[in-house]
Design a protein around this ligand. Structure first.
Ligand SMILES: [Zn+2]
Length: 392
């Protein structure tokens, strides 16, 4: 019987904006349950507690950490759902037993609670924790490094979010999941630990392809000497990077949260059983690379007045988000990303503007401020970056 994520989804969370107080409430409940071992691993720069939860008695230690970038919360939510899965007592007890008899799982959910509070990538010191492995200036980075050194886990899962404009090469579709076995050196050598990570990544890819065919990307394997994943790989921990990304109709990434849950749980089962070892490394290199070949909106075939007369062109638009954190909402501000023949690009949303004339001025990287007009009506109208009218 397949594992249904909905059974374990923590329904207190329905959007991206989980705070440290939310996490603490969850951790307090888990502490009271006594199923997980919970300890305070240390404090963030602003004094928020960073937690280390563990469960299992197996000999294979696995370390999973999320949200070292504060605005990348999808995996934190997936980990909370996984905590529910491991706390449950139901028809999947056999799966739990297999994982927990063979592995000991260590979780650090929300490594960057100060960044989470502000919903920013960086910590309260303005430091990108994932570029702080060598310099060790952030308390959060030091905590992660210390836990990894003490446990020396065989496997690590480095859980992030990527921006919504990452797509899968050749597909013109968003990449809701991107994977990587981070390189251990600048030649991207396949070291013994990286080989294990490559096989786990391949297992996750093959499993999730059923749900999102053709929409999984592979990050490029340029070595970043300051990053944690690359260094942990170098130090012999088989490290897997999972990036949660954009998916049409899922701005709060709640379906992508499910994909994270499914992918991580499948990987844990593969490690517990040893089945991941049967994966082929060729399949890993066949996962298409992550790329940026999509827009948020692509308007096709509109008529533009130019110094050379009226021409036919496409317009690609992307938005940036203006967050309203207290209300957990955001406003979308659209800018013009490209104009011309964009027939090789994809988008979350396409507007066919055949015959419609652009009224307004278009400038690359400036806020969209124009109206499309045709005898049949107005397909879309932007004012100072905001969609004020759209004909659905
Ligand atoms: Zn990140």
């Amino acid at each position: 019987m397949p594992i249904d994520h909905n059974t374990y989804r923590d329904t207190n969370f329905t959007n991206r904006f989980i705070t440290h107080a939310d996490l603490q409430a969850k951790i307090n409940a888990l502490t009271a349950d006594g199923i997980f071992k919970v300890r305070q691993a240390g404090l963030s720069a602003q004094g928020r507690t960073i937690y280390h939860l563990s469960i299992g008695t197996g000999k294979t230690d696995i370390l999973l950490w999320s949200q070292m970038h504060g605005d990348e919360s999808t995996a934190t939510l997936a980990l909370l759902d996984l905590f529910n899965f491991f706390s449950a007592d139901d028809e999947h007890n056999g799966i739990r037993k297999q994982i927990l008899d063979n592995c000991t799982l260590h979780f650090i959910p929300m490594l960057n609670p100060d960044g989470a509070e502000m919903f920013t990538r960086r910590n309260a010191q303005g430091i990108d924790i994932n570029r702080d492995f060598l310099a060790e200036q952030s308390p959060e980075g030091r905590i992660l490094k210390q836990i990894q050194q003490q446990l020396q886990p065989e496997f690590g899962f480095n859980l992030h979010d990527q921006g919504p404009l990452w797509s899968v090469t050749g597909s013109r579709k968003p990449a809701p999941i991107a994977l990587l076995a981070p390189p251990a050196d600048d030649r991207a050598s396949v070291t013994p630990s990286r080989l294990k990570a490559i096989k786990v990544v391949t297992a996750i890819n093959n499993f999730l392809q059923e749900q999102i065919p053709g929409q999984i990307g592979r990050w490029d394997d340029t070595f970043e000497p300051r990053a944690f994943g690359d260094n942990f790989q170098r130090l012999g921990m088989a490290t897997v990077l999972i990036e949660a990304g954009g998916y049409a109709g899922d701005p709060e990434r709640q379906f992508v949260r499910k994909l994270n849950f499914d992918g991580i749980l499948f990987a844990l089962r593969q490690i517990a059983s040893g089945d991941y070892q049967n994966q082929s490394t060729d399949d890993y290199y066949r996962i298409p690379q992550n790329n940026k070949e999509i827009f948020h909106i692509l308007i096709r075939n509109c008529q533009l007045q130019t110094p050379g007369g009226v021409i036919s062109a496409d317009i690609g638009l992307n938005y940036s988000e203006q967050l309203d954190l207290p209300n957990q909402t955001s406003m979308l501000i659209y800018s013009i990303a490209d104009i011309g023949d964009l027939s090789t690009w994809g988008a979350y949303e396409y507007i066919d503007a055949s015959g419609a004339l652009v009224s307004g001025t278009l400038a690359i990287d400036y806020r969209a401020d124009f109206t499309l007009k045709s005898p049949a009506g107005t397909p879309i109208c932007f004012e100072n970056g905001i969609i004020v009218y759209k004909n659905n």
